[in-house]
Design a protein around this ligand. Sequence first.
Ligand SMILES: Cc1ncc(COP(=O)(O)O)c(C=O)c1O
Ligand SMILES: N[C@@H](CCCC[NH3+])C(=O)O
Length: 444
Amino acid sequence: MRLHGTQVMNQQGHLEIGGCDTVELASQFGTPLYIMDEAHIREICRQYHSSFVKGMENTEVVYASKAFLTLAMCRIIEEEGLGLDVVSGGELYTALQAEFTPKNIYFHGNNKSREELSMALNAEVGRIVVDNFYEMSLLNDLARERNQQINILLRITPGIEAHTHEYIQTGQIDSKFGFTLSNGTADQAIDLALSSSNLMLKGLHAHIGSQIFELDSFRHEVEIMVKYMADSQVRTDYRLQELNLGGGFGIYYASGDEPAKISDYAKTVRNALDEACQRHSFPWPKIIIEPGRSIVGTAGTTLYSIGSIKEIPGIRKYVAIDGGMADNPRPSLYQARYEAVVANRLNEEVKESVSITGKCCESGDMLIWDINLPKVKPGDLLAVLSTGAYNYSMSSNYNRLPRPGVVLVKDGHADVIVKRETHSDLLRNDVLPERLNHRQIASK
Ligand SMILES: Cc1ncc(COP(=O)(O)O)c(C=O)c1O
Ligand SMILES: N[C@@H](CCCC[NH3+])C(=O)O
């Protein structure tokens, strides 16, 4: 088990994050609760900034907001000098409401609607990453109607199978994303973009997958993309100036995960670029990277209360918490593994192996199989670690569970950045047609 960022055990033997005792956070804000460690997020942003932006020429780090997005998060990212990747009208709306500088926004997505594209054009976002021919034609029409010139990148599927869960691989040929490099589709996309007087083709984008540990996958990506950029220049006589390498850098969730250092990731990209640019006689492009998980993953902790405990002698002990797959769908979607601690008794020795289950009506609602913990009882607090990425952002109201709140902790202060949903929030958009409204019918 590994603690992250500002997580420590305090004198009471409790888990403390950002100078806040998690036992007090539970009593003040209730559980389940997402806790985000602001200092840790900022520290990682700074590592990215110093390794990629300061350590390399003409580089931009863009936070992939799908990992975790709120108004407060937008402000932190902007203050740390990073750009923002958004993939929907909702993410874009959040960024704009947070007054994120539009020119530092990259708009992604494999099925952007006309409305979403219009929203991006109105806001004058920095780059639209065009994924497919349908989108290119929509965008071209919109740009022409408005007499606007739009800076675009093309999303390319480079044909790399990164070693990660198949649901989060994206670079392989059989993928819903992007223009395929190997069968001429990417060439056609470049030609079409170059033939438009409203679309300004700045460069290419590729993203090979997520939770990747082998730096070699990124080296491979750079080699393939730079070669393709050089070949395209020969073919079209047009130089693509920007190369967005996507995100995907892995983090520690549980034993066996061995992420490299961000500085080594940067070194790999830099060396691979040096080699590829020399080999293919191509000038250094502007490099953009889009980390999501690695910026917020280890900065998040989910705090739960333990409730029912069921022991099947000789088989298993199920320990149920007051959340589950609705606030963290990753174990049931990707067999993702997590570590956890008993937050109110961090100083106690582990005594038994238990399995942590959620409260949803699904046998598959298991957060952690076979974890060693001190002997737990109802009312104990369980802190699941590394839940900052793709937890809150992928949460649902399954079983009509209200979503937990999110608090941002730093230097002993805890600020609510997303309020806990209430039961009445769950009915906010429900509409009862008059013919089904029995109270009204009875009163007539
Ligand atoms: C286009 C794109 N960029 C960036 C990311 C962020 O990836 P990660 O969270 O693995 O860094 C993703 C998600 O995998 C993505 O699809
Ligand atoms: N949601 C995935 C990552 C997908 C990233 C988006 N392309 C996860 O939790 O691991």
